[in-house]
Design a protein around this ligand. Structure first.
Ligand code: CTP
Length: 396
C-alpha cells in the first residue's frame, strides 16, 4: 500500500518513542522507504541501532557526525521525503517548529522540507492542555501541518487524561489516509469564504462581528492538502495565509459577494463559513463622525444574501452553509438550508463552551438536503474541516 513512498520518521524524546519502533516496522512492511531522524533525547529512550535495523537505513541524531552510507545533508533528506512524520511529538519539538527554531537535525530538516508534515503529539495532559502548546498547535494547523490528536487514557506519568500516543496501527492508518487523501480532490475547484465582513460607518469605524476565520481557513487548508484548487475569499483576519490556497482578501459584504460570484461559475463546491454582515449603514460619512449631545442613530440597509443568490443560480455546484445560532438551532438551520437551496448546512450553538467564535474547537450538527442529520462531538476546527470534506466528498 505504501510501495515507493518515501517517509521520514522523526522521533523525539518521550516515553512513547518505543511505539515509533513499531510504526517504522509497519511502514516498511507496507513497502515504504523509511529514514529515521532522532533527537538526542530520543536516543535516551530507544537506541539508534533499533531504528537502523528496522528502517534499513542509517539513523541521524547529530548534525555534526558524518553518517556512513547515505547522503545526508539535512536538505537532502528534506527534499527526499514524500511525507514527514514526528512520532511522538513532544511539547518541545512542537514549540520549536511553531517558533521557527532549527537547532538540531530534526528541527532543521522539518524546516527545510516541502513535504506534508504529520505530528503526533504525546505528553502529560497538563502539558498538552497548556495554552502555549494549544496555541503552537493551532498555529501549525493554520500553516497546514497535520496534527493527530492524542488519545485519552492512563499516561506514563500515572495520570489519567489526554496525551497518549495513538496505537501504531492508527498512526499507520493515518499515513495511508493522507496519501490517499492527498489527491482525492485533484481537479476540483472549491471556493471557501471565511472571517467576518466589516461595513464602514466613517473612515475610522465599522460594524463587524466576532468571527476569527479559523473554521474557514482550516477548511481551505484541508481542501488544498487533498489536492483541490482552492480559492479562499476572506474578510479581515489575523490568521496566516494557508499554503497552496489562492487568497482573495475582501472587507465588506459587497466585496465578498463580487469575489465569490467571479469564482462561482466553474466551482464544484462553495463553502460559506464567513460571517457576512446582514446590514450596512445607508450612508458612509466621509469624515469622522463627531460626538454630540444626545443619542446617535445609524440607519442601516440590508446587504445581499450571497449564499441565497448562489442558491438561485446553482447548477452543478454543491453549496454548503453555516448557521451560528443562539436559540432554536435546528429550526433556524433547516429554514436556511431550504431557503438558500443548500446541500448541507453546519449548525452550531455559539453559546456552548468550546463552540463558536474565536475558539479552537467547535460542536456542530450537520443537516442535509434529504433530511438526514448528524451530530458530531466537540473537536478541533482542523479535525472538523477534514470530517466536513469527507461528507462533502460523499455528496460529490
Ligand atoms: N450568508 C451570506 N450572505 C449574507 C448573510 C449570510 O452568504 N448576507 C451566509 C453565511 O456565510 C452562512 C449562511 O449564509 O453560510 C447563514 O448565515 P447566518 O448569518 O447564520 O444567517 P442569515 O441568513 O444571515 O440569518 P440570521 O442572521 O437572521 O440568522
Amino acid at each position: 500500500m505504501l510501495s515507493g513512498k518515501r517517509i521520514v520518521v522523526g522521533v523525539t524524546g518521550g516515553i512513547a518513542a518505543y511505539k515509533a519502533v513499531d510504526v517504522v516496522s509497519r511502514l516498511r512492511k507496507l513497502g515504504a522507504e523509511v529514514r529515521v531522524i532522532m533527537t538526542q533525547s530520543a536516543t535516551e529512550f530507544v537506541t539508534p541501532l533499533t531504528f537502523r535495523e528496522l528502517s534499513g537505513n542509517p539513523v541521524v541524531s547529530d548534525m555534526w557526525t558524518e553518517p556512513k552510507t547515505w547522503n545526508v545533508e539535512h536538505i537532502a533528506i528534506a527534499t527526499w521525503a514524500d511525507l514527514f512524520l514526528i512520532v511522538p511529538a513532544t511539547a518541545n519539538i512542537i514549540g520549536k517548529i511553531a517558533s521557527g527554531i532549527a537547532d538540531d537535525m530534526l528541527s532543521t530538516t522539518v524546516m527545510a522540507t516541502k513535504a506534508q508534515v504529520l505530528l503526533f503529539p504525546a505528553m502529560n495532559s497538563n502539558m498538552y492542555n497548556n495554552p502555549i502548546v494549544t496555541d503552537n498547535l493551532a498555529k501549525l494547523s493554520a500553516l497546514s501541518y497535520h496534527i493527530l490528536e492524542p488519545a485519552a487514557g492512563m499516561l506514563a506519568c500515572g495520570v489519567e487524561g489526554v496525551g497518549r500516543l495513538p496505537e501504531p496501527e492508527k498512526i499507520v492508518a493515518k499515513v495511508i489516509d493522507l496519501f490517499t487523501a492527498s489527491s482525492c480532490l485533484t481537479g476540483k475547484k472549491i471556493v471557501v469564504t471565511a472571517a467576518g465582513t466589516r461595513e464602514p460607518i466613517d473612515p475610522v469605524r465599522y460594524i463587524g462581528n466576532r468571527s476569527s476565520g479559523k473554521m474557514g481557513y482550516a477548511i481551505a487548508s484541508a481542501a488544498a492538502a487533498r489536492g483541490a484548487n482552492v480559492v479562499l475569499v476572506s474578510g479581515p483576519s489575523g490568521l496566516p495565509e494557508p499554503q497552496g490556497v489562492c487568497l482573495k482578501k475582501v472587507v465588506t459584504a459587497e466585496e465578498m459577494r463580487q469575489a465569490v460570484l467571479a469564482e462561482y461559475k466553474d466551482a464544484d463546491v462553495v463553502i460559506k463559513a464567513a460571517a457576512v454582515a446582514d446590514y450596512r449603514p445607508c450612508t458612509v460619512s466621509g469624515d469622522k463622525i463627531k460626538k454630540t449631545e444626545g443619542t446617535l442613530t445609524l440607519v442601516l440597509e440590508k446587504t445581499v444574501d450571497i449564499l441565497a443568490e448562489l442558491g438561485q443560480q446553482k447548477n452543478k455546484q454543491i453549496l454548503v452553509g453555516f448557521a451560528a445560532e443562539t436559540q432554536d438551532l435546528l429550526a433556524y438551520a433547516e429554514e436556511k438550508l431550504r431557503k438558500k437551496n443548500l446541500d448541507m448546512i453546519i449548525a452550531n450553538d455559539v453559546t456552548l463552551p468550546g463552540a463558536g467564535f474565536d475558539t479552537d474547537t467547535n460542536i456542530v450538527r450537520i443537516l442535509y438536503r434529504d433530511g438526514r442529520q448528524e451530530e458530531l462531538p466537540q473537536m478541533r476546527k482542523e479535525s472538523l474541516a477534514g470530517v466536513l470534506l469527507d461528507k462533502i466528498m460523499e455528496l460529490m
